[in-house]
Design a protein around this ligand. Structure first.
Ligand code: CMP
Length: 436
């Protein structure tokens, strides 16, 4: 016996190698052991379809209805999209989806549950796929996948809403559903690459994904794992900035993509949708800041949350002066989103740009550490959100946590050296400078 998770991984590998019959036999073994595994049923249909068997349509329909009733609307939508792509009608599925999961649905209850997929650890008896398959292997598997839950009656009375979609009017929900594009990706594929422009966001319908950031040295930091029902890719879309992180597939993945174009078609509802997406973004930015900023590194999760609560958050319009050169240092700032420019006045009165600040960057530390006046001006270049921690609290943190003190001091020192080079104030003779 092999665990269900391992069988699925082997089946996915076989499928990606074009060994559709062998993959089908493994997925069928899963359905036999765990009839509630709608994902394995869907994959049986995928394998049969890849072998040119059009009767797979019956399985997609059966899985769609099961998923819809058991609280898994997005895999139901995957089935509908596959049916449409092969010329079959799935309008009854999408119509029921809107009625069951739309904002006016009576099924969207407070006490919700969904019928869980069997656990990955479940033991499964598998056939030896090196041996020839029985002649009726495909027909038997399709039959089993189609009828696996025929006698299942334990459907929940109330279902979970679909993030975002269930908050829209039914008309808008229907419009968006019509524009969702299904992307079916193998394990290892990258859905989003950090730094690229972003014109769409995604719903995860199935599979597991990993969100990760890559630093200048190529080191990766895991930011999150995403599974069925998660939304991602909204940040770049909202901010018109490059993708803030990469998102890759840990398994076979089905995602439903919403392009900028289809959002534009929402007209009246766009404001509400953008607001809901902003909610995701803010939570994620804060989470990422805690995962990646050296400022939060010395603390455990609870302390990080506590520290974060002491910051106040400020949305600033382009052109806003956050720090004015020569003023008293008021506290420490962290860029949550947006870009800010740092500049200093030179002796002839002109403004010399010193650098840019972006998400995760800390500023305001120099004046605080030296108890001196600020040495540069910081201006928002585009809409930005900055977090602010008052100087009294920073002083306590610096006194109590040596790692923070060291980090801020090293940061201030590096910046001062850079600034002197830019301003031409370095007293070191040119031939003694070491440029790293
Ligand atoms: P975007 O910047 O467009 O592309 C990468 C996506 O990764 C980003 O939008 C978010 O949707 C997602 N993302 C970034 N950080 C997190 C996180 N901490 N948790 C979940 N998703 C995240």
């Amino acid at each position: 016996m092999v665990s269900l998770g391992d069988v699925k991984r082997s089946a996915a590998t076989l499928f990606s190698q074009g060994q559709h019959l062998a993959a089908l036999r493994l997925y069928d073994a899963i359905v036999a052991a765990a009839p509630l595994d709608y994902d394995a049923r869907l994959k049986v249909a995928d394998c049969a379809l890849a072998m040119g068997d059009a009767t797979a349509a019956k399985v997609y329909r059966a899985v769609a209805w099961y998923c819809m009733k058991s609280g898994h609307p997005l895999p139901a939508l995957v089935c509908a999209r596959v049916l449409e792509a092969h010329g079959a009608d799935s309008s009854d599925i999408t119509a029921t989806l809107v009625v069951s999961y739309g904002s006016e649905s009576e099924l969207l209850g407070k006490v919700t549950s969904r019928v869980a997929r069997p656990a990955d650890g479940l033991p499964v008896t598998v056939p030896d796929v090196r041996q020839p398959a029985p002649p009726d292997a495909v027909a038997t598997a399709l039959q089993r996948a189609e009828h696996a839950t025929d006698s299942f009656k334990d459907f929940p009375d109330a279902v979970h809403p679909i993030p975002l979609l269930s908050t829209m009017s039914e008309a808008a929900f229907r419009r968006v559903l019509g524009t969702l594009v299904l992307r079916r990706l193998p394990a290892g594929a990258l859905v989003i690459r950090e730094g690229e422009p972003g014109h769409s966001f995604f719903f995860v319908a199935g599979g597991d994904l990993r969100v990760f950031a890559t630093d200048g040295l190529g080191r990766q930091t895991d930011l999150a794992r995403l599974g069925e029902g998660a939304v991602f890719g909204e940040m770049a879309l909202l901010s018109a900035q490059p993708r803030s992180a990469s998102v890759g597939c840990l398994s076979d993945v089905d995602v439903l993509e919403v392009g900028r174009q289809s959002l534009a078609s929402l007209a009246d509802e766009l404001g509400a949708v953008a607001e809901a997406l902003h909610g995701f973004t803010r939570e994620r930015l804060l989470g990422n800041l805690m995962a990646t900023s050296p400022l939060f590194r010395p603390f455990n999760r609870m302390q990080q949350r506590d520290l974060l609560r002491r910051f106040t958050s400020h949305d600033v319009a382009p052109g806003t002066v956050v720090i004015n050169e020569g003023e008293e240092g008021r506290g420490l700032f962290v860029v949550l989103s947006g870009d800010l420019e740092v500049s200093r006045r030179s002796s002839d009165g002109s403004t010399v740009p010193l650098g840019a600040l972006k998400t995760g960057d800390v500023f305001g530390e120099m004046a605080l550490l030296r108890n001196a006046r600020t040495t540069a001006t910081v201006v928002a270049q585009r809409p930005a959100t900055v977090l602010f921690l008052a100087r009294e609290y920073v002083a306590r943190m610096v006194a109590g946590v040596p790692e923070i003190k060291n980090y801020l001091e090293a940061l201030a020192e590096d910046r001062e050296i850079d600034n002197q080079l830019v301003m031409g104030e370095d007293d070191t003779p040119a031939d003694e400078r070491v440029l790293i």
